[in-house]
Design a protein around this ligand. Sequence first.
Ligand code: ADP
Ligand code: MG
Length: 397
Amino acid sequence: MFNKKTIDDIDVRGKNVVVRCDFNVPLKEGKITDDTRIVAALPTIKKLIADGGRVILCSHLGKPKGTVKEELTLAPVAQRLSELLGQDVKFAKDNEVVGENARKAAAEIKDGEVVLLENTRFRPEEEKNGEDLSKDLASLGQIFVNDAFGTAHRAHASTVGVANFVEVAVVGYLMEKEINFLGNAVDNPVRPFAAVLGGSKVSSKISVIDNLLEKVDILVIGGAMAYTFVKAAGGKVGKSLVEDEYLEYAANMVKKAADKGVKLLLPVDTVVAPEISDDAPFKTVDIMEIPDDMIGVDIGEKTIELFADALKDAKTVIWNGPMGVFETKNFAKGTEAVAKVLADLDAVTIIGGGDSAAAVNQLGFGDKMTHISTGGGASLEFLEGKGLPGVDIIAEK
Ligand code: ADP
Ligand code: MG
């Protein structure tokens, strides 16, 4: 159970509260193209405003790597946030993040007002968890709230260091919600518990597979990852994405699943094409017989049926990794079919991983899932069973 202190456990009235949010939004020509992450931060900000806190927000945006990159200013976020909150959000524009403007704003701020600081990654100490920036941020308030689940897996000045120099550090509602959903699903699942794994590489998901294999009843593997398993089993994989260094690992995994009584399902057929493009001709072949000049790009019809049948009684499903190259319309069918299966299940359905979340939203199933994590990398590290430094630093209740 989640037992860290949250914003419900503190009194913020009249206090300056430094809140680390995840405002790392996609921008195009200075305009925000998707404000999901800003919207996700609203419950915490509104609660602090309602309780009479003096709210000082900070976040990173993009990868300026410790230098000032004007195109990565948080100014557009301040504006969007003002619109969403229906109240003024003062932007303290300091290239050094905590400079003259931020200090002045922090000194003058009144109960229920909101200030946003400049991009924390304009400072080189941010990603090094440097003490100077940690202390600068902490000097603006008495309370620190970490609500940035998307960067909770990084020990940075604004996610971890700052917590050492304030009176009290707690988590916000978004962080609490993410950890509760992911944590309960992994550690306290209603069974049968299934994991559906896909995506591009076995190598990037090894720790996820290892961790989940200890916990699930059913493990479904699709996406490009499957072809390494197919080759390990003696199948012909053509030009499919295969990691030869992981053949032995894949073979061992199959054995381990059998030993543990975990039902491991791999594709039985696959859509193949000579290249990854919407103009390419494609057909479905047996999984063990991919022609030499073809690439496996999606799971086939029989596999969709097999996976749907295996998942139909599941009560908890965690999904990470698309079933095919869903960015190409012709090869999105497998991912769409699995999304539909999950959407129709009477089960807790959790989506982790940046591309998986994008796929589910893009295919229109976003509101049919129990929880879609807002943190790509962080949700993966969580599924790997690793602690999150940005959460570990928070005191327990
Ligand atoms: P996530 O971000 O959800 O953790 P990954 O980054 O592991 O997911 O994988 C997503 C990528 O995997 C997508 O870009 C998708 O095109 C790719 N992918 C899925 N199936 C295949 C395949 N058969 N061949 C090549 N790429 C694939
Ligand atoms: Mg990805």
